[in-house]
Design a protein around this ligand. Structure first.
Ligand code: C5P
Length: 286
């Protein structure tokens, strides 16, 4: 049996650039894997079939974890596995849960089966989704292109996060479309973006500076229509976060804390309201 943790990601910054001819957008983002995770278990089965066990619902064939296993064996002899997913990462929240599950399946399978080089595995990951190559290696990374052009970063900062989510999930394509529509209205020329302040805060291990340099382009189109996410942001800041930001295309929020006890207390306030909250710290690279 193979067991692998599938770590959620947050975006310290997320700059969406122009739409490309293939429908994707060029991004400049700094992503970080955090200790909030799903657990993926692969149990060999003798009949050569791949199947999924999870209580998360949805069509199994659309599930990225099963699709990752199918892609892994696509051009080679298939070994059978039951893929069990223990979900903890909120779904469609901007935390990369599906991508993390897919990456964990690829990592676990390649550790056992050793069929691909690191570069081949990364290409396979990209065929499953723009965030999957990052989720394979994790840590703190500057990601460009659609997210696949990665520069690993040194992270000496030790922030404590409270990751929180409330309200319905957000469709990622819809969030990109909303941003395109808002920009088409204003016709603003997008300035060149370089996250140099953020990168040096990470390298210098300065959590206060890190919190000053966070931003997410999606907040401008998602927060106005998601009062629950706005309220979470306020709660995190009122409870003592240095700052709070939406992750990915939302609606999950993360608060940045320098004090673990305050983070724990804040997470309890949010969970006592029946909403999702978890204390998490940076993890990776793997
Ligand atoms: O690659 P993934 O399946 O995660 O992307 C989901 C959708 O998000 C894409 O179909 C695309 O509409 C949008 N997307 C984008 N630019 C990116 C990443 C995702 O437009 N860099």
């Amino acid at each position: 049996m193979l067991t692998e943790k599938a770590y959620a990601k947050i975006n310290y910054c997320l700059n969406v650039s122009k739409k490309r001819p293939d429908g994707y957008h060029d991004l400049i983002t700094v992503m970080q894997t955090v200790s909030l995770c799903d657990v993926v278990t692969l149990t060999p089965r003798g009949d050569g079939c791949l199947c999924l066990e999870t209580d998360m619902g949805g069509e199994p064939e659309k599930n990225l974890a099963l699709r990752a296993a199918r892609a892994y064996f696509a051009n080679t002899e298939t070994c059978g596995y039951i893929i069990a997913l223990e979900k903890h990462i909120p779904v469609a929240a901007g935390l990369g849960g599906g991508s993390a599950d897919a990456a964990a399946v690829l990592r676990a399978l390649n550790r056992k089966e050793k069929r691909y080089t690191a570069a081949e595995l990364s290409a396979l990951a990209l065929s499953l989704g723009a965030d999957v190559p990052f989720c394979l290696s994790g840590g703190a990374c500057l990601c460009r292109g659609v997210g696949e052009v990665m520069t690993p970063l040194e992270n000496r900062a030790a922030p404590v996060f409270v990751v929180a989510a409330a309200g319905e999930g957000v469709s990622t394509p819809a969030a990109f479309a909303a941003l395109d529509a808002a920009r088409a209205k204003t016709q603003k020329i997008l300035p060149e973006f370089t996250p140099s302040g953020l990168i040096s805060a990470l390298e210098q291990g300065n959590t206060a500076d890190l919190s000053q340099n966070l931003f997410n382009d999606f907040e401008s189109v998602i927060l106005p229509v998601r009062p629950a996410a706005r309220a979470l942001k306020e709660t995190l800041i009122e409870a003592g976060a240095l700052t709070a930001l939406m992750s990915g295309s939302g609606p999950a929020m993360f608060g940045v804390f320098s004090d673990a006890a305050v983070a724990e207390k804040t997470a309890k306030i949010i969970t006592s309201r029946g909403q999702f909250a978890a204390v998490a710290v940076p993890v990776g690279p793997f």
